[in-house]
Design a protein around this ligand. Structure first.
Ligand code: NDP
Length: 266
């Protein structure tokens, strides 16, 4: 459920999971009009639908619509996975954060424990990864954002988890990080955040949450500055889908073959 949905790879991902695990199911993208989220979800329930993924711009509306949420969804302030109990109550989770961590640690082999991380952006996607980063044992996180107030709000909301601070882009001068996560939507516009030249440690990891069938502009920027690894968010997309699939079906699909299939453009 989202708007727009024409670009969505989720139907192909879930079809691949269903085929791999022998599950009988149908998963379709549903275009939801502005202001029509609750009505659309109720209609899906009436049609016998068992659950749904929710994407932009409805993740917060989905959060509000749930009568029960997991702790991680509560903290993220956003729900991307819903399902119904026997009384028709709406239950919600947020699988984006766990998908992101799984991609970083399992697929890319990055050790997060003890690291000082730089996160760029302070939107919904960034809010969802802070708890999982601390759960993975990071030492500290700096959140840099154009609108610094939004970064400050996230730093305040997660200050109970450990060392977290907000920054402007200008204040990053003179600092270095071995892991930089781009959680802005700038790559969509083929634009870069205004970063100091030597912000990424040699051989560091640069991760762009946006995905594309060619290296994003942020990945290219990092590769030109000696990144050891530069990755986009396709693995995160598939991993969050796998977690949703597990919630609905009780079966955990293998993600590696599906990531490869999507990369190959199948
Ligand atoms: P939001 O719209 O909530 O946040 C966008 C962020 O980008 C804000 O921090 C905003 O800064 C910043 N930004 C936008 N334009 C500019 C600009 N011109 N200059 C500087 N900063 C800018 O988006 P989301 O958090 O939902 O998504 C962020 C990215 O993550 C998107 O690319 C999305 O596709 C990707 N994503 C990927 C997922 C995956 O599974 N791979 C899952 C979810 C998201 P400001 O606050 O100043 O406006």
């Amino acid at each position: 459920m989202g708007s727009p949905i024409a670009h969505s790879k989720s139907p192909a991902i879930h079809a691949a999971f269903a085929e791999q695990t022998g599950q009988q199911m149908a998963y379709q993208a549903v275009l939801v009009p502005a202001g029509g989220f609750r009505e659309a979800l109720a209609a899906l329930y009436e049609q016998g639908c068992k659950g749904a993924n929710v994407t932009l711009p409805f993740k917060h509306e989905a959060w509000l619509a749930c009568s029960e949420r997991t702790d991680r969804a509560d903290r993220a302030g956003a729900v991307n996975t819903v399902w119904f109990d026997e009384q028709g109550h709406i239950l919600g989770d947020n699988t984006d954060g766990v998908g992101f961590i799984r991609d970083l640690t399992h697929n890319l082999g990055c050790t997060l424990a003890g690291r000082d991380i730089l996160v760029l952006g302070a939107g919904g996607a960034v809010r969802g990864i802070i708890d999982p980063l601390f759960d993975a044992g990071i030492e500290s996180v700096v959140i840099a954002n154009r609108t610094v107030d939004r970064a400050e709000a996230i730093a305040a909301a997660f200050s109970d988890r450990g060392s977290i601070r907000a920054s402007t882009y200008a204040d990053l001068a003179g600092q270095r990080f071995s892991v930089i996560i781009n959680g802005t939507s700038l790559s969509l516009q083929n634009a870069l955040p205004p970063l100091p030249e030597d912000i990424l440690e040699p051989c560091g990891l640069a991760y762009d949450m946006m995905y594309s069938n060619k290296p994003t502009i942020f990945m290219q920027w990092a590769q030109a500055r000696g990144a050891g690894r530069a990755a986009d968010g396709l693995g995160m997309l598939v991993e969050q889908a796998a977690e949703s699939f597990y919630i609905w079906r009780g079966v955990r699909p293998q993600t590696g073959p599906v990531i490869e299939k999507l990369r190959a453009g199948d």
